[in-house]
Design a protein around this ligand. Structure first.
Ligand code: GRF
Length: 184
């Protein structure tokens, strides 16, 4: 199985997916970021994997930006687009073109807390549990069919920062394995 990984920032999930290649049967054929400053780019360099960069700030329209991404993708042979902390909303046209092949990881127990600031919202709501969701990407934001969820109990001492790191630790563990099972 061949995958392309999209990311925008620190890339801990990107790194776990790259490392997962030695354990699971998939190959990261290329990576993509919309952020030329993303610190996750170093993980591609360390692993000698091409990282394609298109700065979204150079595009006025989301469609024009996504058209460029499509040009990049169409020149490659792959099975899945894996979103790993990719912080741009994909246009409807883009999702329609690749629907069924785009996977995302979202830091909440969907359908609770789609969108941003999930950890803060969980704390504000006084929830007892929190977690992460791996799902197919569809037109509606963070609402596609769920592939896997993992949860944990929130402790009274938890803060937004501690929840971010607890969620990421789980994500880094489950994302590579879940990806490897997409094609059985
Ligand atoms: C993760 O928590 C993921 O669920 C969300 O963005 C975060 C990315 O973290 N979509 P990282 O860049 O992989 O460290």
């Amino acid at each position: 199985m061949k995958i392309v990984v999209f990311f925008s920032g620190t890339g801990t999930n990107l790194n776990s997916i790259i490392q997962g290649q030695s354990v699971y049967k998939y190959d990261v054929v290329s990576c993509f970021t919309n952020n030329p400053e993303a610190s996750g780019i170093k993980f591609c360099q360390e692993a000698n994997i091409a990282c394609h960069i298109i700065d979204h700030q150079l595009y006025k329209e989301r469609e024009a930006f996504d058209f460029e991404i499509n040009e990049y993708l169409n020149a490659m042979n792959f099975d899945y687009i894996i979103l790993a902390g990719y912080m741009r909303i994909l246009s409807k046209k883009f999702v329609a073109e690749w629907e069924g092949q785009i996977i995302n990881i979202h830091p909440s127990l969907l359908p609770k807390y789609p969108g941003l600031d999930t950890h803060k919202r969980v704390l504000e709501s006084g929830d007892k549990i929190h977690g992460t969701t791996i799902h197919y990407v569809t037109e509606e934001l963070d609402a596609g069919p769920i592939i896997r969820q993992e949860s944990f109990k929130i402790e009274p001492s938890d803060s937004e920062e501690s929840l971010i790191s607890k969620v990421k630790e789980i994500e880094n563990n489950i994302y590579p394995e879940t990806i490897s099972k997409l094609i059985t």
